[in-house]
Write a protein that binds this ligand. Sequence first.
Ligand code: ARG
Length: 457
Amino acid sequence: MWGGRFAQGPSAIMREINASIPFDKALWRQDIAASKAHVAMLGACRVVSGEDAVTIRDGLDAVGAEYEASGVPEDWDLEDIHMTTESRLAQLIGPVAGRLHTARSRNDQVATDFRLWVRDAIDQAEAGLQALQVALVMRAGEHADSIMPGFTHLQTAQPVTLGHHLMAYYEMIGRDRSRFHDARKRMNRSPLGSAALAGTGFPIDREMTAQALGFDGPTANSLDSVSDRDFALDYLMAASQCALHLSRLAEEFIIWASQPFGFVTLPDALSTGSSIMPQKKNPDAAELVRGHAGRISGCLVSLMMTMKGLPLAYSKDMQDDKPPVFEAAGLLALSIAAIAGMVAETKFRTERMRGAAELGFATATDLADWLVREGDIPFREAHHITGAAVKLAESRGVALDQLPLDDLKTIDSRIDERVFNALSVEASVAARKSHGGTAPDQVRLRVAEARAALGLE
Ligand code: ARG
């Protein structure tokens, strides 16, 4: 395709290092679609004859049908998906195929194809995340009243409801969706027609190709258009942050499934056994989601490092943009599906969760709050009094609400029998009805809003 000025062909090493077809063949659908939009525009603008435009269009359809039926052939001499398609087109329709590449370059071609691919990946991620949110909201609704320990530092802190805990992930996933949404909006401009770097002298219509490919309009600067990979970085950034959330939830499932916790029984279908220990059921899917998050952020860093030193406009380094994006998209899709399955199918062992919430003096803050409310004691002083009560209970090996009233009174005489109403885990969560708090009524409220937002009502 470019041999005119060369006396010698590329060496074996040159061919191998240069060939992107082993991975960029994944762009074939986008490549055919963009070429069809381009040639239709060339025909409409009379840059090629209407007859040639139709011949080329039909030829592209035929190439696409071949790819669909038997895959994309990998010939390193043809370097990439763009040359592979054009060369097959020439075999099918003859020299008229050579008119397709008028007023474009592989530089705007690949920028366009890749944008279209990333746009689809965003739409896929969005759909998967919506399904995950549905699973979270369903389970949260079932467990708006189920009490579990809430942690800070992984130490028992205050009782919370399982529904509240699950809805925390609903919020995170909502932000992930909005990041993908933003990325999509920002990237949805067509670089096609920027040609190699400077634009073209042919009377083309970039609005027309932009519209045909579902873009909001053409990009504004040809140099930027062929050298910009922000759209891929935005995608990887959103994917990394999303994977990080999935990884945190995976980590919780792993901890909760561990025998000393015993908060959940993970679905068999998302667990594996051990080849030596017959009793084992391991949370491998969750562990791999946690592992994949590392690889996905690695993909982001990989592309940032590729881009950071490149002068305008296109450099071949940019061919390395695709593997990290393809890899991240595959890992993310699997991770979302695995976590959604875990959320939907996990058996929550609510008795054990509730039992654990009663350990570790989880309602100590409620005692302090009671002293503030009923005794008009400044919070810092109430905190100190409660600390003494915890110390006493701990030395006796009993829970706070198992200390006799007389003993509590020796710590502070202002304590009376009404305090016991405040010390149960039920009273503790029910009290926390501030906006966004863990009280079952608050959780039900947020679940209802979420169900409406997801169109479940
Ligand atoms: N395979 C190339 C890539 O993915 C296509 C663009 C090639 N452009 C060029 N000037 N050599 O980046």
